[in-house]
Ligand binder design. Structure first.
Ligand SMILES: Nc1ncnc2c1ncn2[C@@H]1O[C@H](COP(=O)(O)OP(=O)(O)OP(=O)(O)O)[C@@H](O)[C@H]1O
Length: 327
C-alpha cells in the first residue's frame, strides 16, 4: 500500500479528489500503478500492486539497505517466524529460549516479543508489570525462569486493543529493539509477528540477525505461508536456520492412538524442497497447551516429558546450525 495521512477524517474528502492525487502520484513515479483507492480515518491508501512493489524493492536494494545496528550486549539474535498465525510460533519461541538454556546452563538467553499486535510472551512466561528504567534510561526486561523478557504487552494495558497505524508500529518496534537494557546475552530469541510484511522486513533490516527459525504445521495452507517466510529471509540475506514442524502428530492420552490432524510430514518435505534444515518435530499435545496457558512452559514444568525433550532437540539443532552459518 501507499498511505497518505490526512489531517481530517478523509471520509470528508471526495473520491474524485483522491483519484486526482493518485493519478498525480502515478505520473510522478513509475513505481506506482493505477489502482484502487480506499480511505479510512484520515488515511488514503493505494494498492501499489505486485509490479510496483517489485520495482520499489529493486530500487531499495540498489540504494542499499539501511545500516544494521547490533543490539548492545547481544551476541546472536535468533528470530522465530511463521508465515501464518496460530501455528505455535510463540510457544516454540518460548520453549526454544528455555531449551537453549536447559542444554547449556552457561548460556544467557533473552526473549523479545516483537509481535506488537498480539503480544503473548507475558502470558506464556507468567510475567506482568511495567519495566523499570536503567541509569541510561533504557527499559529493564522483566525476568522469569532465568530469561529476561521484553514485550509490548508490558507497555500497554492488556485488555486494550492494539490498534496502530504503520508509523506507530515502527516506532513501537524501534523502542523494543533499541531502548531495552539486555545486559549481556548469548542469544536473544525474537518472537516475530506472523506474516511477511513491513514489520518483519523492518526488523530484519535494522538489526543483524544470526538466523531465522520458521515454524509451520504440516497443513498445506500453513506450508505455503512458511515458504513465503523462508523466501523473505533469503531475500534479505538472513540465514534460514531451518523449519520446525509443529502439531504433526496427536497421541490420544487414553489409547495412545496417533492421529496426524494437520498432515504428517509437510514441513519436512518443504524443508527438503527449499534446501533448508529440518530442525525437529513438536507433537500436538495437551501438556504443551496447558502448561503454556498456565505460564509454565513445558521445558520448565515437565522437563522429563517427551514434549520438553522435543523442544530441547530443536534447541540443539538450532545451535548446530548457528555454528555452521557463522563459521
Ligand atoms: N504443539 C502444541 N501442542 C498443543 N498446543 C499447542 C502446540 N503448539 C501451540 N499450541 C497452542 O496453540 C495455540 C497457538 O499457539 P501460539 O500462540 O504459540 O501460536 P502463534 O503462531 O504464536 O500465534 P499468533 O500468530 O497468534 O501469535 C496456543 O493455545 C498454544 O498453547
Amino acid at each position: 500500500y501507499t498511505h497518505i495521512y490526512t489531517q481530517n477524517n478523509s471520509s470528508f474528502v471526495s473520491f474524485s479528489i483522491l483519484a486526482e492525487v493518485r493519478d498525480k502520484l502515478c505520473s510522478f513515479s513509475p513505481s506506482y500503478e493505477k489502482c484502487n483507492i480506499f480511505s479510512e480515518y484520515g488515511t488514503i491508501s493505494f494498492f501499489t500492486g505486485r509490479k510496483a512493489l517489485q520495482e520499489r524493492q529493486r530500487q531499495q536494494m540498489a540504494r542499499g539497505l539501511p545500516k544494521q545496528k547490533p543490539i548492545p550486549g547481544v551476541k546472536q539474535v535468533i528470530v522465530v517466524a511463521s508465515g501464518k498465525g496460530g501455528v505455535g510460533k510463540s510457544t516454540t519461541a518460548v520453549n526454544l529460549a528455555l531449551g537453549l538454556m536447559a542444554n547449556d546452563m552457561s548460556k544467557s538467553v533473552g526473549l523479545l516479543d516483537a509481535d506488537v499486535f498480539g503480544p503473548s510472551i507475558p502470558k506464556l512466561m507468567n510475567l506482568k508489570g511495567n519495566p523499570e528504567l536503567s541509569d541510561n534510561n533504557r527499559m529493564i526486561p522483566l525476568t522469569n525462569y532465568g530469561v529476561p523478557c521484553m514485550s509490548m504487552g508490558f507497555l500497554v494495558d492488556d485488555v486494550a486493543p492494539i490498534v496502530w497505524r504503520g508509523l506507530m508500529v515502527m516506532s513501537g518496534i524501534e523502542k523494543l529493539l533499541r531502548q531495552v537494557d539486555w545486559g549481556s546475552l548469548d542469544y536473544l530469541v525474537v518472537d516475530m509477528p506472523p506474516g511477511t510484511g513491513d514489520v518483519q522486513l523492518s526488523i530484519t533490516q535494522n538489526i543483524p540477525i544470526a538466523g531465522a527459525v520458521i515454524v509451520s504445521t504440516p497443513q498445506d495452507i500453513a506450508l505455503l505461508d512458511a515458504r513465503r517466510g523462508a523466501e523473505m529471509f533469503k531475500k534479505v540475506n538472513v540465514p534460514v536456520l531451518g523449519l520446525v514442524q509443529n502439531m504433526s502428530v496427536f497421541q490420544c492420552p487414553k489409547c495412545n492412538h496417533e492421529t496426524h490432524i494437520f498432515g504428517s510430514d509437510g514441513a519436512r518435505q518443504l524443508a527438503d524442497t527449499l534446501g533448508v534444515t529440518f530442525l525437529g518435530d513438536i507433537p500436538l499435545h495437551i501438556t504443551i497447551r496447558e502448561t503454556s496457558d498456565r505460564g509454565q512452559p513445558v521445558v520448565i514444568s515437565s522437563p522429563n516429558s517427551p514434549e520438553a525433550a522435543a523442544y530441547r532437540t530443536v534447541a540443539s539443532a538450532v545451535v548446530q546450525r548457528l555454528q555452521k552459518v557463522s563459521s
